[in-house]
Design a protein around this ligand. Sequence first.
Ligand code: NAP
Ligand code: F7E
Length: 329
Amino acid sequence: MADAKRALITGITGQDGGHLTELLHEKGYEVFGLIRGQRNARREAVIDEFPYVTLIEADLTDQTSLIQAVEASQPDEVYNLAAVSHVGFSFRNPQLTADITGKGVLNLLEAIRIAGFKDRARFYQASTSEMFGGLDYNRPGTGYNEDSLFHPRSPYGVAKLYGHWITRNYRESYDMFAATGILFNHEGPRRGLEFVTRKITDAVARIDAGTADHVVLGDLWPKRDWGYAGDYVRGMWQMLQHDEPDDFVLASGATHSIEDFLALAFAEIGVDDWRPYVKQDPAFMRPAEVDILLGDSAKAERVLGWKRDYDLPGLVRLMVEHDVALQKR
Ligand code: NAP
Ligand code: F7E
């Protein structure tokens, strides 16, 4: 392993952290993962699934722990995937979201500088399409790209915008290799059950198994540009292999409503009309909603050669099949 590249991943217990760990391991990297809390419930699952990873205890809100994490891992690449990432939760916990999702990015960039890794470690910041906001006046017909206006609509989006700009600022001020990926929604079997796609595919599998008879959701009209997480972590890695640090949108280029997703997911278990199985509760609605997201990833495709393997029907099939198999187990 002497010549292996070393990567430090924050957010290793999350969806993207799992996919990225797998990818970097396949590429021969030595992978270090940041884990927070004195008894993180996901620690054992990470050790079971990725026994080759070295876990380092640290928290994005604790600068000292981050400096120690950089010193311990001696990284060539740092992927900052950790965040309060749930938009609904961010409305209920706006200050926590600002501290972790926003200022946490600054803490990590500073830790890299203080530990003396600013000229060695390439940095990836997980920026998001939530920074665009999906409002009418701000919506390009062909989809948001790297030059589109920002108008975040949640404490999460606002905090991510700070993380995005502080990353660009460190690139410009300190000549750091600091890249941002403006990623549209990406999903898969590793997606948390609190997000709408996985909540639906999990419920569909339970309904199929006869252990549930409905799912309770919020608004069904918002539209999202959904892709597969495995395709998107490949793009993150490609951004850090590029000659120069830059900003890249990753998206599928298609947009669909929650209703469309429901129709595809229920069709997988042979149900044509999903409506009898869905109830709505305002508890799952947001004080401000992002109506529609559509991304244009032409730059990533042209400059990085980024490609997607999955379209929405393929993604839904993958998720439903996974959750149906889980129920059978
Ligand atoms: P996720 O599954 O929610 O994972 C979030 C991760 O952040 C978890 O590992 C969590 O660890 C960690 N974390 C939270 N607070 C922390 C703290 N104070 N210190 C250290 N770690 C902390 O998110 P994801 O879907 O993989 O997304 C990865 C990143 O991409 C996030 O930054 C997200 O905001 C961004 N993003 C996601 C999407 C998407 O569609 N998935 C799109 C655009 C951008 P615990 O296990 O300890 O909670
Ligand atoms: O909501 C609606 C909800 O929570 C999608 C994060 O990864 O992608 C994700 O953020 C839509 C919204 O994802 C329920 O109101 C209806 O319109 O799955 P979501 P999100 O908010 O788009 C972006 C790009 C990120 O960066 C984030 O980190 O679905 N919706 N009913 C619901 N949403 C949830 N969660 N639960 C419901 O019951």
